[in-house]
Design a protein around this ligand. Structure first.
Ligand SMILES: [Zn+2]
Length: 77
């Protein structure tokens, strides 16, 4: 494990998601994990989501184990 604080943050977030995948869904447009209640993706404004818990857990595991992939709003400014 590295000491990258951002990675630690993502791992913590991923653990929360994996513990309650029903509260999340994966955006089909940008692969972001978003809250199940959102209507459009905050990242890409897409409206197609994969709500299967398997996909959510898969994606969370993926995000926790790799360098940041998705472009966040902060990255664009
Ligand atoms: Zn998206």
């Amino acid at each position: 494990m590295s000491n990258d604080p951002h990675l630690a943050e993502r791992v913590a977030k991923a653990k929360k998601i994996i513990a309650a995948p029903a509260n999340f869904k994966v955006c089909e447009g940008c692969d972001s994990i978003v809250a199940a209640r959102v209507v459009t993706c905050p990242n890409c404004h897409g409206y197609r989501f994969d709500e299967s818990p398997t996909r959510v857990v898969d994606q969370a595991t993926h995000l926790a184990s790799r360098p940041q992939q998705s472009v966040t709003a902060e990255d664009l400014s």
